[in-house]
Design a protein around this ligand. Structure first.
Ligand code: MTE
Ligand code: QUE
Ligand code: MOS
Length: 807
C-alpha cells in the first residue's frame, strides 16, 4: 500500500499492516526502477530529449594520421556549405584548452601536434548532423608526419612514458628467486577492450543568462564535466549546471571521456548563443575515445616442489595511449591486483605507464585490476603443468591463509578471507572432480573436439585508491503528501544504483519504494561528487542517502515525542505507518502534521569511508576498505581444426555481503562474467601500421551476444553473509569484481589446449583468445608435444654418455 493513497484506515487495519514487513526495502529483489521504461522505450536518454529551438548539431573532424605537426587548418571552406553556423579550432576556445582530468595532456582540439589517429582537430555546428559532417570534411588540414610509437613493447624499450614507473615491494624477491627450487619466466600480451556502451558519448548544452550553461550529458562524472566546461569557457564552476538522468551504459568509458563532447558543444553554444548537441556516431566514438588499457606483462616466479610460490616479480606495462587520463591510478590498480587472492612470498611489482600514439586509454570495469589479476592465474596454470598437477590444487595451495600468509605486497592485511571456503564450496557444487575425470575421458575419445575446465577465484579491493574520492553526498525532500524526492551524487548507468539507494531510503522511513522519486543527478543539488566508479556507487551514495534520511527521521522522532508527549523510544516507523506508543498514523498523515508544526522536511547527507589510508611513496597502507570475493568454474569445448569454442557451462559463487537487491546483483554478476569473457575471447582491437583502429564498428569488433553466454549458467550469491565492515546494511559492492570471473573462460580454453599434450605443456596464448589465436596455440602445442616425445624417444635410444644435446 502506497502511502500517498489517502485512504482512511481503522486502527485495527493499521495494526495488521504494522505487523507485516515492508516488501520493497533492502534485501528485496525490487525491479530496476527503469526496467519497464527501458523495454517500452519510454526511458529518456540525452538524444531522446525534445530538441531546443535553434539547436545546432555538432560534428568533429578527426585526424587521419597518428603523429604529425599541424601546418595549417583552414575552416573557411566549411562556411560554403549551406546550414553551417560555426566552425571552430583550438584557437576559438575561450578558456583553458586542456581537459586532462588529473594531469594535463588532452587538448580539446589539437593545437600544434596530432597525437593519435582519430584526434579531434576542429568542430562544426550546423542545422543537422549530416551538414555538420560534410562541412567538417571540407576544412583544409595540412601537416608534416612524425614518427609514431604504436606498440607498447617499443614504448617500454624507449622508456616513452606518460608518467613515471612505480613499484610495490615486499621482502627480497631476487634472493627468493635465486634460492627457489623451481623457477619460470615468461611474458604475455593482454588485449584492450572497447566499451561498446549502447548509447555513444552525447551532450546537449543550453546557454543561460550571465554566460552560464545547463549541460545534459551522458557521464559517470558530472562534477568533472562541470569543472571542465567551466574551465574551457573561463567561467566559475557555479555558472555550470550538469544534469544526468541515466546512461545507456558507461562501463568506465564515461568517467573522463564524456567531457570532450560536452566541452566542444559548450564552446559552440557560448560562441553562437545557441543550444548545441554533440552525439558521436559509433565509428567516431570508437576512433576518438580511449579503451581498456592493453598490457604487456613479464614475470619471473620461484616455487617449491609442491607448487607454492616463494618469490614473484612482475613487470606490468600498460599501454596508456597518448595522454595520462586516469592511467596512473589504473596501472596502480593493476599492481594492487597482481596477487589476486594469493600470497606471493617475496614480491616486486613494477608498473609502467607506456605512451603510444593512440587514443588515450581510460577506465573500464575493473580499472586495470583485470590486467594485473589475470597474471597469477596464468602463472599458477604454468606451475601446475610443470609439476603435472591439477591447476585447482595449486591455486588452493597458494591462497591467502593464516597469519604470516595474510598480508598483501602493499601491506594490507587480508581480513575476512572468504576464498578457501568459497573455492571448496564451488568445487563441490560444480562437481569439479567428477567432471575433470569425465573431461579426460571425453578428450581421450574425441580427436577433434576437446573440452577444458577451470575454476578461478577473484579477490577485488573496494575503494578508490585515491583516498579523497571516497566520499558522497545526498539530498532528500519529503513533500506534504508524504512523497519523497531523492537525489544523490551517483549516476545510473544500468547497474541499478538508483533502485538500491531508493530501497535504502524506503527501508529507513519504512515506506514503499513507489513513494520515492529519484530525479536526475544534478550538480545544483549535490555538489563536488566523485565519479560513479570503483564499484562504490551504492556503498558511498547509499550511506549518504541513509545519513540524510536519518537526519530527517531524527527530527520527526523528536517532534512526535514532543507532540504526543511520549519518549523518543515510543516512536517507530513500520510499513508505511508511524507508531507513537499505541497510536498508528499513516506516514503521509504524519508528514502533514509535522509540516503544520514547522518541522524541516529536507536534508542533505554525507559519507566518507572510514579506516582507509595509503602512502603511495612508501607503497604501504590500507587502500581498500574491504575485499569482494568470487569464484567461477567454466567448462568449454574447442574445435582443434578451426580454433572455435563454446562455453558449455559456468558455475559462479559470488560474495556481495548482505545483498541490497539479489536480482540486480545476480544481473550484475551475469553481465560482468560475459563481458569479462568477451574481453578475453572475441573482442579484438586491431590497428593498422598507420595507427588507425581497423575494428571501428560492430562488423569487425565482436562483443558477446546471447549465443555466446554459457549454455548452462548457474549463478549463486553467497548466502547468509554480511560484510564484516560497517557498510550500508552490510552489503558489498558488486559492479566490477565479477568481471574477472571471465578469466575462468580463458583458463578453460588453455586447459582444453593443454589436453593435446596430455597436460604436460602450458600452452602459450595471448589475450584475447580469438579462434585464430586458439588455432595457433593448438598447433604450437601439438608441435611442441611431438618434439618432446621424439626427443624422449631418440634420447632413450642413446647411451647416457652421449647426451650431448641436453643442457
Ligand atoms: N552495469 C551496467 N548495466 N552498466 C554499466 O555501465 N558499469 C560498471 C558496473 N556495472 C556498468 C554496470 C562499472 S565500470 C562500475 S564502476 C559500476 O557498475 C558502477 O556502478 P556502482 O558503483 O553503482 O556499482
Ligand atoms: C579506482 C577507480 C578510480 C581511481 C582509483 C581506483 C577512478 C578515478 C580515480 C582518480 C584518481 C585521481 C584523481 C581523480 C580520479 O582513481 O575511477 O580525479 O585525481 O577516477 O582505485 O575507479
Ligand atoms: Mo568503473 S571502470 O570504475 O567506471
Amino acid at each position: 500500500m502506497s502511502n500517498h493513497n489517502h485512504q482512511t484506515l481503522s486502527q485495527e487495519e493499521m495494526l495488521q499492516q504494522a505487523k507485516q514487513n515492508l516488501t520493497t526495502g533492502v534485501g528485496r529483489s525490487v525491479k530496476h526502477e527503469s526496467a519497464a521504461k527501458q523495454v517500452t522505450s519510454e526511458a529518456i536518454y540525452i538524444d531522446d530529449r525534445l530538441e531546443f529551438p535553434n539547436q545546432l548539431h555538432v560534428y568533429a573532424r578527426l585526424s587521419d594520421v597518428a603523429h604529425a605537426r599541424i601546418t595549417k587548418i583552414d575552416v573557411s571552406p566549411c562556411y560554403d556549405i549551406p546550414g553551417v553556423t560555426i566552425a571552430i579550432t583550438a584557437a576559438d576556445v575561450p578558456g583553458q584548452l586542456d581537459i586532462g582530468p588529473v594531469l594535463p595532456g588532452d587538448p580539446l582540439l589539437a593545437q600544434d601536434t596530432i597525437e593519435f589517429y582519430g584526434q579531434p582537430l576542429l568542430a562544426v555546428g550546423a542545422c543537422d548532423l549530416e551538414t555538420a559532417r560534410k562541412a567538417a570534411m571540407a576544412a583544409i588540414v595540412e601537416y608534416e608526419t612524425l614518427d609514431a610509437v604504436l606498440c607498447v613493447e617499443e614504448a617500454l624499450e624507449k622508456e616513452f612514458y606518460v608518467s613515471e614507473p612505480h613499484q610495490h615491494k615486499r621482502g627480497d624477491s631476487a634472493t627468493a628467486l635465486s634460492k627457489a627450487k623451481h623457477t619460470l619466466e615468461g611474458s604475455v600480451h593482454i588485449g584492450g577492450q572497447e566499451h561498446f556502451y549502447l548509447e555513444t558519448q552525447v551532450s546537449s548544452v543550453i546557454p543561460t543568462e550571465d554566460g552560464g550553461m545547463i549541460v545534459y550529458t551522458s557521464t559517470q562524472n558530472p562534477t568533472e564535466v562541470q569543472k571542465l566546461v567551466a574551465k574551457v569557457l573561463n567561467v566559475p564552476f557555479n555558472q555550470i549546471q550538469i544534469d544526468m538522468r541515466r546512461m545507456g551504459g558507461g562501463f568506465g568509458g564515461k568517467e573522463t571521456q564524456a567531457a570532450g563532447p560536452a566541452c566542444i558543444a559548450a564552446v559552440i553554444a557560448k560562441l553562437t548563443g545557441r543550444p548545441a548537441k554533440m552525439r558521436l556516431p559509433r565509428m567516431e566514438d570508437m576512433l576518438m575515445t580511449g579503451k581498456r588499457h592493453p598490457f604487456f606483462n613479464q614475470y619471473q616466479v620461484g616455487y617449491d616442489d609442491n607448487g607454492r610460490i616463494q618469490g614473484y616479480e612482475m613487470q606490468l606495462a600498460g599501454n596508456c595511449g597518448y595522454s595520462p587520463d586516469l592511467s596512473n591510478s589504473i596501472v596502480d590498480r593493476a599492481m594492487f591486483h597482481s596477487d589476486n587472492g594469493y600470497y606471493l612470498g617475496d614480491a616486486t611489482i613494477t608498473g609502467y605507464r607506456c605512451k603510444t600514439h593512440t587514443a588515450s586509454n581510460t577506465a573500464y570495469r575493473g580499472f586495470g585490476g583485470p590486467q594485473g589479476l589475470i597474471m597469477p592465474e596464468i602463472v599458477l596454470d604454468e606451475i601446475a603443468r610443470n609439476l603435472g598437477k591439477d591447476p585447482l590444487e595449486i591455486r588452493k595451495l597458494n591462497l591467502y591463509g593464516e597469519e604470516s600468509r595474510n598480508v598483501t605486497h602493499y601491506y594490507q592485511t587480508v581480513e575476512d578471507n572468504q576464498l578457501p571456503e568459497m573455492l571448496a564450496d564451488l568445487e563441490t557444487s560444480s562437481d569439479y572432480q567428477q567432471r575433470r575425470k569425465e573431461i579426460r575421458e571425453y578428450n581421450a575419445d574425441s580427436p577433434i573436439l576437446k573440452k577444458g575446465l577451470a575454476l578461478t577465484p577473484v579477490k577485488f579491493g573496494i575503494s578508490f585508491t585515491a583516498t579523497f574520492l571516497n566520499q558522497a553526498g545526498a539530498l532528500i525532500h519529503i513533500y506534504t503528501d508524504g512523497s519523497i524526492h531523492l537525489n544523490h551524487g551517483g549516476t545510473e548507468m544500468g547497474q541499478g544504483l538508483n533502485t538500491k539507494v531508493a530501497q535504502i531510503v524506503a527501508e529507513e522511513f519504512q515506506v514503499d519504494f513507489d513513494s520515492i522519486h529519484i530525479s536526475a543527478t544534478n550538480t545544483d543539488k549535490v555538489p563536488n561528487t566523485s565519479p560513479t566508479a570503483a564499484s562504490s556507487g551504492a556503498d558511498l551514495n547509499g550511506k549518504a542517502a541513509q545519513n540524510a534520511a536519518q537526519t530527517i527521521k531524527q527530527r520527526l522522532v523528536e517532534f512526535a515525542a514532543r507532540h504526543y508527549d511520549v519518549t523518543e523510544e515510543d516512536v517507530s516507523f513500520k510499513n508505511n505507518l508511524v507508531q507513537i506508543r499505541d497510536t498508528l498514523v499513516p506516514f503521509a498523515e504524519f508528514i502533514q502534521l509535522a509540516y503544520f508544526n514547522q518541522i524541516s522536511l529536507s536534508s542533505t547527507g554525507f559519507y566518507r569511508t572510514p579506516k582507509i589510508f595509503y602512502d603511495r611513496d612508501k607503497a604501504r597502507g590500507r587502500p581498500f576498505y574491504y575485499f569482494a570475493y568470487g569464484a567461477a568454474c567454466t567448462e568449454v569445448v574447442i574445435d582443434t581444426l578451426t580454433g572455435e569454442y563454446k562455453i558449455l557451462r559456468a558455475d559462479i559463487l559470488h560474495d556481495v555481503g548482505a545483498s541490497l537487491n539479489p536480482a540486480i546483483d545476480i544481473g550484475q554478476v551475469e553481465g560482468a562474467y560475459v563481458q569479462g569473457a568477451g574481453w578475453l575471447t572475441t573482442e579484438e582491437l586491431v590497428w593498422n601500421d598507420q595507427g588507425r583502429l581497423m575494428t571501428s564498428g560492430p562488423a569487425s569488433y565482436k562483443i558477446p551476444a546471447i549465443a555466446d553466454a554459457p549454455v548452462d549458467f548457474r549463478v549463486k550469491l553467497v548466502e547468509n553473509r554480511k560484510n564484516q565492515e560497517d557498510t550500508v546494511f552490510h552489503s558489498k559492492a558488486v559492479g566490477e569484481p565479477p568481471f574477472m570471473l571471465g578469466i575462468s573462460v580463458f583458463c578453460a580454453i588453455k586447459d582444453a589446449i593443454a589436453s593435446l599434450a596430455d597436460y604436460s605443456i602450458s600452452p602459450k596464448l595471448d589475450a584475447p583468445a580469438t579462434p585464430e589465436r586458439v588455432l595457433w596455440s593448438v598447433q604450437a602445442t601439438q608441435n611442441q608435444y611431438q618434439a618432446n616425445v621424439n626427443n624422449t624417444e631418440s634420447s632413450s635410444k642413446q647411451p647416457a654418455s652421449e647426451h650431448i644435446y641436453e643442457s
